[in-house]
Design a protein around this ligand. Sequence first.
Ligand code: FUB
Length: 335
Amino acid sequence: MDQEPDYEQLKAAALSQPLVSHIYTADPSAHVFNGKIYIYPSHDIDAGIPFNDNGDHFGMEDYHVLSMDEPFGKTTDHGVALHVNDVPWASRQMWAPDAAEKNGTYYFYFPARDQEGRFRIGVATGDRPEGPFTPRPEAIKGSYSIDPAVYADEDGAYYMYFGGLWGGQLQEYRQNNYDPSHAEPTGNTPALGPLVARLRDDLLEFAEKPREIEILDEEGNVLVASDNDRRFFEAAWMHRHAGKYYFSYSTGDTHYICYATGDSPYGPFTYRGRIMEPVIGWTTHHSICAVAGKYYLFYHDSVLSGGVTHLRSVKMAEIHHQEDGTIRTLHPYPG
Ligand code: FUB
């Protein structure tokens, strides 16, 4: 039997400490708005649902927005920004969100199960980065699965990246069509890719059908399904550095945060390495935010809750892009 980790020791050895400890938070999407860092996390609770591979125990009901004036500064919790009871189409499981700003309006994107139990992605708007946000009555047309990440490109276009396997239901879709008889591919067949869709100018709907992204190995072949150490699982994120697009993601059951680079927001992206080794807890999920010329990784782990996988805490650490464009791998417990 595996020995229970010493959480006090892990806490002391950790790269960083939770940004807040009065609530559990996870899946942090960080942005700079109006000169401040805003963090849009999931709000973890214990909904009393037993653990399973479908992630049913992640029974979150609402979202809080966090902010700080500067990296590693005091974190403010702005309270409830959106509750599942206020979203007409959603039934449960308010999972990893993101936000974007355009012309002074703030757009909050979130996945939740609809009344039939299928994940959709919704949008809610507000006039302040911390909310509250008013949800649209319907989910985004043509949206499915989980983990929206909205990237504002330098030319003014906005793209949504999304998708997640297993409980995130991505394996039940092919070419945007739902068929619950489909399972995750296996063996040497291509792994399922994440999706990307450009958003309409009003940022409320897709401007195009979602396209599957290819993540390639060093020889230019699409990563295969059995390559669990490198294939996409969930937690898509996009950032740019030195003219390149960096697509980063979680490998799920192997617990890495990896990245791949390319020349277009649509990919293809070539696998480049790991940003972070596994954290305590099953899930790993992150965002990358540039502040005053430095890049920060926002991530989570379950050390504070003593390893409870659905009670996580958001943390942050600086990351470094090296001369050759690679990112130095972080170890979450280096001490
Ligand atoms: O927080 C619920 C789910 O766990 C997220 O949507 C996934 O990315 C994983 O972190």
